[in-house]
Design a protein around this ligand. Structure first.
Ligand SMILES: CC(C)(COP(=O)(O)OP(=O)(O)OC[C@H]1O[C@@H](n2cnc3c(N)ncnc32)[C@H](O)[C@@H]1OP(=O)(O)O)[C@@H](O)C(=O)NCCC(=O)NCCS
Length: 177
C-alpha cells in the first residue's frame, strides 16, 4: 500500500534528508549533484512510502519566472523520481498528483525542466513544452539558455501566458533550469 505525504523540508529531519538523497542518487544513477539536491530543498516534498521504505519523491520550490516583464510566482518541480524497482506501477503518477495539487493551490504557474526520457510522461499529464525561448536572469543580466528550449515545461494555473516569447528563470548555482 503506497502512501503519499506532503511535507515541508523543515519536517524531514537529518535522517529524512539522508534517505531522500540516497533515493535520488540511486534513481538518477549517480547523475544527481549537490546542486541538484540543493535545488530540491526549501519547499514542499511529496513523499511516497511503501511501509517504511521511501519509493518516490517530487519537490515543489518557489521561483520567480519572468515573462513579458511580469515575475510570476512559480511552483518549480524538482527531483521527481521513483525507485527503479518500483517503476511503471503508478507511483510517479501519485507523486505528481500531489505535486500538481500544491502547484495549483499556491502558484500562478508550474514549471520544470524535463529529462528527455520523461518529457512524454509530463506531456501526458498536461504539462506543455514552453514554445518560446528560455533565459536566466544572472547577476550580470539576462542570458539565453538555448540548450533548455524545448525541455522546459509549464503548467499554467492563473498566469496569462500569451504563447511564445521568452521565459526567464531566476539565478542559482548548478543547472539554472
Ligand atoms: C519518470 C519517473 C519518475 C516515472 O515514475 P513511475 O513511478 O515509473 O511512473 P508511473 O508508474 O506513474 O508511470 C510510468 C509508466 O508506467 C505506466 N503505469 C502507470 N501505472 C501502471 C500500473 N499500475 N501498471 C503498469 N504500468 C503502469 C504509465 O502508464 C507510464 O507508462 P508510459 O511509460 O507509457 O508513460 C521514473 O521513470 C524515474 O524515476 N525516472 C528516473 C528519474 C527521472 O528521470 N526523473 C524525471 C526527471 S525530470
Amino acid at each position: 500500500m503506497i502512501e503519499v505525504q506532503t511535507v515541508h523540508t523543515s519536517a524531514l529531519g537529518p535522517q529524512g534528508l539522508r534517505d531522500l538523497r540516497e533515493l535520488l542518487d540511486t534513481a538518477f544513477e549517480g547523475d544527481f549533484s549537490d546542486d541538484d539536491f540543493d535545488h530540491a530543498l526549501g519547499g514542499m516534498h511529496a513523499i511516497a512510502r511503501d511501509g517504511e521504505v521511501l519509493v518516490g519523491h517530487g519537490a515543489v520550490v518557489m521561483r520567480r519566472l519572468v515573462h513579458e516583464g511580469v515575475a510570476l510566482r512559480t511552483g518549480y518541480v524538482e527531483a521527481v523520481a521513483t525507485r527503479a524497482d518500483r517503476r511503471g506501477r503508478g507511483i510517479g503518477a501519485l507523486v505528481m498528483d500531489e505535486v500538481e495539487r500544491v502547484v495549483r493551490s499556491a502558484y500562478e504557474l508550474g514549471a520544470l525542466g524535463a529529462a528527455h526520457a520523461a518529457a512524454p510522461w509530463y506531456a501526458a499529464r498536461g504539462w506543455r513544452p514552453w514554445d518560446g525561448t528560455t533565459s536566466v536572469v544572472t547577476p550580470d543580466g539576462v542570458r539565453r539558455t538555448p540548450d533548455e528550449d524545448g525541455a522546459v515545461h509549464v503548467l499554467p494555473v492563473s498566469a496569462r501566458l500569451t504563447g511564445g516569447g521568452d521565459l526567464a528563470c531566476d539565478w542559482r548555482g548548478g543547472a539554472v533550469w
